[in-house]
Unconditional design. Structure first.
Lengths: 199, 199
């Protein structure tokens, strides 16, 4: 099994790598420190990445950035950060990547709890996540050759509490193991069009 | 009561206008045939519109376009149609319009059933609607001065069956009256952060 893991050096990407490294050959991609360099906000860069991967059995994206800020201070330009990265970056990985997947291969995208359990400063992140969830549900109807697509929606990770916990008051941090299992289920299982919620 | 209704001449906009015309002064806005001309894909145009409205008690958007097409044929550029219009157009009406609303005023945005009940060719529309739903839920936490925000999510309208019914197989068409009431509830009621689903 060959997997393409975008965002492999990030917090979640590292978890996915650890979870699956014994079961698959993992090609890593990211803005640095990866087998393949890719800027997910650029369709040209995504296309270039796929030209180098060869056929893979799963594309997993754990990358994507978002602006966290007060609604009253947020500019349309700041909102574009999540639009170009977490929202359109992930969608373009699908639109441009279908031919790279082997029959019955899968896409696994990443959303997050803020679309279900909102916090102050989280409007832009919630937007991107909610958009991906709805996209995934529809895309699953149309993918050819038995291809599948799901998203994993984690709550705040235990490893992120020290850095980001103040914004996530009262959220129950989730373990790396639980997050890794959700990606494993999406990649190795048979379901499609689903969200795997690690809440 | 003074309302700003963007998309007033469209199918849903006309319904909202009919529903509320006895109860409010309605300033219409749109790409043509309106009191104020606005291109919701342009932040400059939105800002210019708000400069001309004076203070209003509600901003209602029923405008926004989307590309309907097969996922396998959809280009990133085609997906941008809904991103710039239905998704970011609506969000920018909020980001740039807070100061235009009177205390306790409201925003009412428009989503749609495809984020909950997907159809072939509907991935881009679903994405935009799902993004707006999540944005609304978070924005409601942060709006100042008692401002409210909701979205109305209609199914296919009876009036649209002749034109679009073939894509919406098995969907129960909804009456103009039900759709109008949902907007009335959002504008005249007290709830915030909600979706009013006309399914």
């Amino acid at each position: 099994m060959r997997l393409l893991l975008i965002g492999a050096t990030g917090t979640i990407g590292s978890i996915v790598h650890e979870e699956l490294k014994e079961d698959a050959e993992i090609i890593t991609a990211g803005i640095d420190q990866a087998d393949l360099l890719v800027d997910m906000t650029s369709t040209e860069s995504i296309t270039q990445m796929y030209k180098q991967t060869g056929t893979v059995d799963a594309v997993i994206n754990t990358a994507g950035i978002e602006h966290y800020g007060l609604l009253q201070e947020m500019t349309p330009e700041q909102n574009q950060i999540a639009v170009q990265s977490k929202l359109l970056g992930q969608i373009n990985l699908v639109l441009l990547g279908m031919d790279t997947l082997s029959d019955n291969g899968s896409f696994t995208l990443t959303t997050g709890i803020l679309m279900d359990d909102p916090i102050v400063k989280g409007a832009s992140a919630a937007m991107a996540n909610g958009g991906i969830r709805a996209f995934v549900q529809t895309a699953a109807l149309e993918l050819p050759r038995g291809l599948r697509i799901n998203h994993v929606s984690p709550s705040i990770l235990e490893a992120s509490v020290e850095k980001n916990g103040a914004m996530f008051q009262g959220f129950e941090p989730v373990s790396a193991k639980r997050v890794g299992l959700a990606y494993r289920k999406s990649i190795m299982g048979a379901q499609t069009g689903k969200g795997f919620y690690v809440y």
